[in-house]
Design a protein around this ligand. Sequence first.
Ligand SMILES: Cc1cc2nc3c(=O)[nH]c(=O)nc-3n(C[C@H](O)[C@H](O)[C@H](O)COP(=O)(O)OP(=O)(O)OC[C@H]3O[C@@H](n4cnc5c(N)ncnc54)[C@H](O)[C@@H]3O)c2cc1C
Ligand SMILES: NC(=O)c1ccc[n+]([C@@H]2O[C@H](COP(=O)([O-])OP(=O)(O)OC[C@H]3O[C@@H](n4cnc5c(N)ncnc54)[C@H](O)[C@@H]3O)[C@@H](O)[C@H]2O)c1
Length: 485
Amino acid sequence: MTDIHQESTFDVVIIGAGPVGENVADRAVQGGLSAAIVERELVGGECSYWACMPTKALLRDAAAIRAARALPAAGQAVIGELDPAAVLARRDRFTSNWDDSGQVDWLDQAGITLVRGHGRITGTRTVTVTHPDGATTSVRARHAVVIATGSSAHLPPVPGLADVAPWTSREAAAVKEVPQRLAIIGGGVVGSEMATAFSALGSRVTLVSQTRLLPGVEPFASEHVATALRTAGVSLHLGVDATGARRDDSGTVHLTLSDGTAVEADEVLVATGRTPNTKDLGLDHLGLTPGDWLAVDDALAVLDDTGRPIDGGWLYAAGDVTKRALLTHHGKYQARALGDALAARARGENPDLGTWGRHAVTADESAVTQVIFTDPEVAAVGLSAEAAIAAGRKVRVVDHDLGAVAGAALHADDYRGQARMVIDDNSNTLIGFTAVGPDVSELLHAATVAITGEVPLDRLWHAVPAYPTISEIWLRLLETDGRDR
Ligand SMILES: Cc1cc2nc3c(=O)[nH]c(=O)nc-3n(C[C@H](O)[C@H](O)[C@H](O)COP(=O)(O)OP(=O)(O)OC[C@H]3O[C@@H](n4cnc5c(N)ncnc54)[C@H](O)[C@@H]3O)c2cc1C
Ligand SMILES: NC(=O)c1ccc[n+]([C@@H]2O[C@H](COP(=O)([O-])OP(=O)(O)OC[C@H]3O[C@@H](n4cnc5c(N)ncnc54)[C@H](O)[C@@H]3O)[C@@H](O)[C@H]2O)c1
């Protein structure tokens, strides 16, 4: 590992070594550029240590038990209960015990220079790094500085909440002792996945949310997840606010809700969205407001408040900090496009930024993919019916019961699920797909290929799903839509 304490110059300087920063650097280096990456915590970022990986490790054992218990003989072979300590130990392995040396080795092998410390932009193409020992160094970029600083949990202004030492997703993902009673504020993706995980680990979970569960997905998917959580014993308070919080001398937290309900818990997890890591980044020198999300153009150049690239266009951003899609895989998609485009520009070439061009991030607009690892899972790509109609699209919406598909009935007894296609009437192509049900995550990529490939529905009839797989839902959805369109 190179730990720079002297002024140095690279082609590209990236602030933030999360999955996005790492991928920008990797593509830039593969394109023949030199790259330095500045990181103030762990190389690998939120996703590796406090988000995607540990949370999915917390969820996986319970999902496997559920899958076995959905079959009579396999279910009988599952004896005993889930061992929370073993789940936490496996989670620890997935975070490498919060040690980033493996990822630091990877940076080394990839030819990327690591600069440990907090980065701030202090001039044109200049990042000043405050190292852990307090020393500072300037790192300059010949071509570009990329902000890939990610996001942090947002704390809502609920009176008393800050004083009860609430958990954010970080404390929940890194939990060492499963609380007997957990209250969760927020019913989005984090709240719903954590309610699933902690109820399976043995906590008595109460979830409070201003909106329906999972407000970003099709309402039918929310309903399936809400029903399953209630069946698992989670107490859901939807459409209400948390209005106050207080921890008493015994350590119990008392939450009050806008409908007058009182909730008691040992810990409170706040899962009410994210805030960008732009507060202490030197953005005020560039005329930007610290703490705001970064607006970017199609080339991912950071824009000023008049909508023009900052200072002629040397500052770029990718990943969560742009608010385009707060998902690792979309951030990495942006990173691949941006790293390649920076290398192309350095060679004197114009990047290919047309729709679906090599350096464009078109999928961020029309084909965002997400799997929500609740039980049942939710898998979605593109537009929901509501979002398509709100965007003025003329659409057909086709629904089918997943449980009625032979492959699903074989997969698990009493399989419950649903799938929806949203079809653009003018182009007769798929623009949205959502499925909810056990193990639907692997159904998603077929829909993603159909949307990004803009495959007409009459051609999709020739994509024959194998029998008896859950993918036969495609055939059932097409049959429901009818062939003569
Ligand atoms: C609980 C939870 C579960 C999630 N699960 C999934 C999932 O299953 N699948 C999925 O696709 N997405 C998931 N996400 C979203 C995913 O974690 C993010 O989209 C992803 O981490 C964004 O990557 P990033 O590189 O933009 O930012 P981050 O991963 O946040 O990395 C940013 C890095 O920048 C560093 N940094 C910040 N400021 C500075 C500075 N000034 N100087 C130096 N370094 C700095 C930070 O220390 C950090 O390492 C989840 C999120 C949460 C909260
Ligand atoms: N599997 C995955 O892909 C995955 C998993 C976890 C997180 N993520 C990403 O992380 C991001 C953040 O997730 P999140 O769940 O924190 O945010 P979110 O925006 O998905 O949900 C926030 C929820 O909190 C509720 N809320 C907001 N303020 C509230 C208040 N004062 N009181 C009660 N409820 C309130 C909202 O109604 C909403 O239901 C998401 O954009 C998601 O894409 C992805």
